[in-house]
Design a protein around this ligand. Sequence first.
Ligand SMILES: *Cc1c(COP(=O)(O)O)cnc(C)c1O
Length: 334
Amino acid sequence: MAYIKLNQENLYYNINQLALKTGNIEKIAAVLKDNAYGHGLEEMAKLVSSYGIKRAVVVNVKEAYKIKELFDSILILNANPIVAPNFSFAITEIAQLKKLTKGVKVELKVDTGMHRNGISLSQLPRALEIIKEKNINLKAIFTHFKSADIFSSELAWQMQNWDDVKKIATFAGFKDIEFHSQNSAALLRSNSFDDDYARVGIAMYGYNELPDIYDKIELKPVVSLWAKRVSTRLLKKGQRVGYGGNFRAKKDMIVSTYDLGYGDGWFRGDANKPYITPEGLPILGTVSMDFISLESTKDELCIFNNAQDAARHFNTISYEITTKLSPNLKREIV
Ligand SMILES: *Cc1c(COP(=O)(O)O)cnc(C)c1O
């Protein structure tokens, strides 16, 4: 079976790099949504919690339950709030606040410019009033930046809005709650950190998606994808391989079939523009659901060890390469 290796040393290296920015590990919340960006939720949760991370962010309650023993607090981004000791729920609209059941713990999301989710700055005083009136258990106020990974001044005005949010909340008497705003890109870019914690996803997994114009903080990819040899044959000059016969041998060659395909979350891509592995081997012809062919006889081949390189080939971002990895692939920690 094709499988995934998770490099523990690289993960801890990345966390240390990020802790230099936040000041300490306790100010890092590990974003583990979507099966830990495809890396494997439970494996990653165990690794980061054993290294001292105490906060996690996931997208739904199912994910939160799987890791609930491992963290002091778990923020759930998109779910109906329920009462659970260490769960807190993102609230993105006033209407949601009004419907809350007693005892649930919430974190109020404020829209500082992304215009995707969140309460606008002008609604914030009203939201805070409702929270006081209803005696809602507000754990934190947070925001999300829309352009932290793009070279522009947009982050600056969004951060200005964020400062205003903090002022409004403090002025309204919310002094003991937490404030958090930064994702990986914002954290890697900024030189000062005065939030209570940062929500870090992609950088923890080892990718710096900032344009080169910014100081590059070194990070090391955690995941690599491996496929195993199924069978080997001689492909005679002129013979073609795979669906549609999209690859034709220019000479006699030994090719093997490996057990990875788009059913495992690998990309089917374009047979005329073959993906090339880190060892320099092009995938020959069309990617099948469970198989690919390459000119090799090795028992195992590394398909990628840097999702950013793979992303460049498939014209996407590292996030999509890793998130698509099937949860059925075995995860091995090295
Ligand atoms: C996914 C997500 C993050 C993490 O973003 P990265 O760019 O991977 O660091 C942070 N905050 C929120 C609200 C998110 O949805």
